[in-house]
Write a protein that binds this ligand. Sequence first.
Ligand SMILES: Cc1cc2nc3c(=O)[nH]c(=O)nc-3n(C[C@H](O)[C@H](O)[C@H](O)COP(=O)(O)OP(=O)(O)OC[C@H]3O[C@@H](n4cnc5c(N)ncnc54)[C@H](O)[C@@H]3O)c2cc1C
Length: 299
Amino acid sequence: MDLFQQISAALPQLSLLAEEPLSKHCSFRVGGPAEVFAQPASVQELSALLRLCQTLGVRPVLLGAGTNVVCPDEGLRGVVICTKENLSGLRQISETEIEAECGVTLARLAGFARDLGLTGLEFAHGIPGTVGGGMVMNAGAYGGEMRQVAEAATALLPDGSVRDFIGPEQQLSYRHSAFMDLGCVVLRAIFRLQPGDKEQISETMRELNARRRASQPLEYPSAGSFFKRPTGYFAGKLIQDAGLKGFCVGGAQVSEKHAGFVINTGNATAADIRALMAEVQRRVRESAGVELQPEVRFL
Ligand SMILES: Cc1cc2nc3c(=O)[nH]c(=O)nc-3n(C[C@H](O)[C@H](O)[C@H](O)COP(=O)(O)OP(=O)(O)OC[C@H]3O[C@@H](n4cnc5c(N)ncnc54)[C@H](O)[C@@H]3O)c2cc1C
């Protein structure tokens, strides 16, 4: 029996696809097939799959909305688990607290908070990822970040145990978290917000989304800001100053609109993106003496 057959025999209810193109599941639109692509419908199903992977000696790769990743051209052997939309439980648990499962999109989470008249998640409304990816990356924008609102998270550790991470135990810092370091799977998170005015919250979201549309190349596939912000600099400005706006490798391009974004102009491969990244890093190192580190995750 191959891996797909082994998993479907052990977990017959689980939604599974064989050789599923990863390009369909990431915002960069690159990547070959996943040997097994699983979409668990509940946290219980996800936990059962993770236990099975452990028994089979397979280390699964997690995918939320795939908006901060580059998937390899040759695809991935083993199991890719996609949480987006399926693991989408969302509820108010106290006057100012919301609990969300990992597959809830940040837009839906922020909209849910707004509808309850709770402020604090306006920054997240325009970030195209999920709660799971957002917690792992400590996603942030326009002065807000998950760290400010994430009260606690429940995660599955690689040894199969479930652990609650309360407050500082989450170690949320710039595009970094304890979940990333420990290689664990974020199952759900609790957000603590403040009472606010619904109309004001909506207005802030509209304003931030308009700023995003005006400055970012949202009409092209990308993974958002490609590089982390180096201390004391802006990656986009360094890249622009190195004369790299519009610079291309194959179908990958430094956006003309925002030099901090790498876009797929139509037929980019992961190899194009990697080669472009290496050249941008080299030229910025030479021109400004700064080492750019990717924010996007190469799977
Ligand atoms: C147009 C555009 C604009 C963007 N703007 C912003 C922005 O303003 N601010 C910002 O911070 N980011 C931004 N991003 C990047 C991205 O949306 C965020 O990093 C987001 O939090 C990623 O969530 P995701 O669900 O897509 O994660 P994915 O890309 O699917 O995964 C990211 C990482 O998290 C891991 N992961 C995903 N889910 C889980 C889980 N449940 N448990 C454990 N690991 C998991 C993956 O294995 C991977 O390593 C932007 C991206 C795009 C395309």
